[in-house]
Design a binder for this molecule. Structure first.
Ligand code: C2E
Ligand code: CA
Ligand code: CA
Ligand code: CA
Length: 276
């Protein structure tokens, strides 16, 4: 089944524009869920485009609700943001992801998604410091993922907040690149380590859309000259992987190399790797 993964698009699905009553019910459950630990993190591998070795895992939150069953992040992240429940949830995600990453080999990073609401909180920097301290994870192994939307709300605060965690040694990836509305100006001001090329361009390129190919080429060239790396998202087939490799992307993420998996499955992957 073609699962779970397309979750990011659910944000625009009718569910979210459900009746006020349904929304309120979901909010009540979500509030309870934050208190009662109904969340788990799954981890999706990111591989080096050439060696195909795992270089990182992206932490992706899942909600197992007693009332609503399995709810994909596409359906509850936006609500969590609107209600600011994303702040305590985001703190938990940071801590859990850092703790889990400690169990992996030293050269594997963990990527953690951070919402604008969370990033713009004055406590964000301290939350990162605490998560690193509690887990003992080296800051260099934590990469925070943000989208262009952070620059729409309060660009100065967002930038300061990211610079603070970069000063700790953490890196920052720009997620879903090319799907937002902001200008390229912020790329001059902030030293992202990675630009993540959105899946829509990968799909387009695979369908021989010259526009998508041109855009990926341009993003790769731009990233190189800015000393940033590129990750292609949503690579589902061997053909797409080959194409993306030829376009010069540094890293690849997608169902072809691995779906988001439980922490146990992720750990087992390392055992298998080591055994080879
Ligand atoms: P994202 O950060 O762009 O995450 C990538 C999404 O693409 C994930 O969906 C993943 O399962 C899916 N995906 C990965 N490879 C493929 C592929 O080859 N094909 C397809 N069709 N999909 C693929 P997921 O886990 O449903 O998450 C959706 C979005 O929810 C994420 O998009 C992110 O914006 C948000 N999200 C997920 N976890 C967190 C979190 O811990 N914190 C925050 N703030 N947001 C999160
Ligand atoms: Ca996305
Ligand atoms: Ca992401
Ligand atoms: Ca993304």
């Amino acid at each position: 089944a073609k699962d779970v993964g397309g979750g990011e698009h659910c944000r625009f699905e009718p569910e979210l524009h459900a009746t006020a009553e349904e929304r309120r019910r979901l909010e009540v459950s979500l509030r309870k869920a934050v208190l009662e630990d109904e969340f788990v993190l799954h981890y999706q591998p990111v591989v080096d485009a050439r060696s195909e070795e795992i270089v990182s895992f992206e932490a992706l939150v899942r909600w197992n609700s007693p009332e609503h069953g399995f709810v994909s992040p596409g359906k509850f992240i936006a609500l969590a943001e609107d209600t600011r429940l994303i702040v305590p949830l985001g703190q938990w995600i940071l801590r859990e992801a850092c703790r889990e990453a400690r169990a992996w080999p030293e050269d594997i990073k963990v990527n953690v998604n951070v919402s604008p609401e969370q990033l713009l909180e004055p406590e964000f920097h301290q939350d990162v410091v605490d998560a690193l301290a509690a887990s003992g994870l080296r800051p260099e192994r934590l990469e925070v993922e943000v989208t262009e939307s952070i620059f729409v709300r309060d660009a100065t605060t967002a930038r300061n907040s990211l610079e603070q965690i970069m000063a700790l040694g953490c890196s920052v990836a720009l997620d879903d690149f090319g799907t937002g509305y902001s200008s390229l100006g912020y790329l001059r001001k902030l030293r992202f380590s990675t630009i993540k090329v959105d899946r829509t361009f990968v799909q387009g390129a695979a369908q021989e859309s010259n526009e998508s190919l041109a855009i990926i080429n341009a993003v790769v060239a731009m990233a190189k000259s800015l000393d940033m790396t590129t990750t292609a998202e949503g690579v589902e087939t061997a053909e797409e992987a080959e194409l993306i490799r030829n376009l010069g992307c540094d890293k690849i993420q997608g169902f072809y190399f691995g779906r988001p998996m439980s922490k146990e499955e992720a750990r087992r992957l390392f055992c298998a790797d080591n055994g080879q």
